[in-house]
Design a protein around this ligand. Sequence first.
Ligand SMILES: Nc1ncnc2c1ncn2[C@@H]1O[C@H](COP(=O)(O)OP(=O)(O)OP(=O)(O)O)[C@@H](O)[C@H]1O
Ligand SMILES: [Mg+2]
Length: 253
Amino acid sequence: MTNPPIVRIDNIGKRFGTGPLVLDGINLAVDRGEFISFIGPSGCGKSTLLRLIAGLTDASTGSLVVDGMTPVNAREEMFFVFQDANLLPWRRVAANVELPLLLRGDTAYHREARVREMLQIVGLEAAAGKYPWQLSGGMKMRVSIARALSVAPAILLLDEPFGALDEMTRDQLNEDLLRIRQRDAFTAFFVTHSVTEAVFLSTRIVVLSANPGRIAGVIPVPFAYPRTAELRETPEFLKLLAETSHALRAVRH
Ligand SMILES: Nc1ncnc2c1ncn2[C@@H]1O[C@H](COP(=O)(O)OP(=O)(O)OP(=O)(O)O)[C@@H](O)[C@H]1O
Ligand SMILES: [Mg+2]
């Protein structure tokens, strides 16, 4: 018997108030452990789709089931990561990572162990005592990811998390994210404008067209995990990169 999808989106439509239809006829079933990227032109509804999955906004039509529940009821299983690391400036790095554990009511003993583990995973043990202003943009994003994963969410929603970083830092963080995923399995929904990033990370890439946002195509990414930096230089990778760029150009008109 196959397991039910962790997220099931059936014929979702979304409009804000009396405004135009932003998303139309969205259907997608996602298996546990998948890494789904959404790409498409600006304004096609990528962020709105993530917010719908997260239960932060309601669909106008259709249904959305997250782990057998409504998105709102499944909120504790999900964690949202934004482009802005959103760290609390008055808390040190370790205290920022600790925050979701504290809010959840974990014991001090468990919090300390988990924070240490998470900082080690993202390579920031040495920065535990620093304040956010003492960190580079890439380091801040690492803290944000360590914080998101501290509570081991089943689903991670990421809205252009590395969009503000330079390419080298982004490549590094992509590799980090996959490394973390190897040990702490999660299902990811990832919005990006970078085709390279989408191909490197994903099990499937969902291409959206705009006005209203519709699924123009779903591109399966066949590369096995673990994926390492060298994958980006293989002919297979470059071929899929070209195909994905082509699919994206087609929806841009
Ligand atoms: N709270 C809101 N109220 C009204 N309209 C909204 C709201 N949020 C988004 N929209 C509209 O919905 C459409 C899709 O927006 P969304 O932010 O989801 O696009 P996006 O694909 O994430 O774009 P970008 O790539 O620029 O981030 C846009 O036309 C936007 O103006
Ligand atoms: Mg957006």
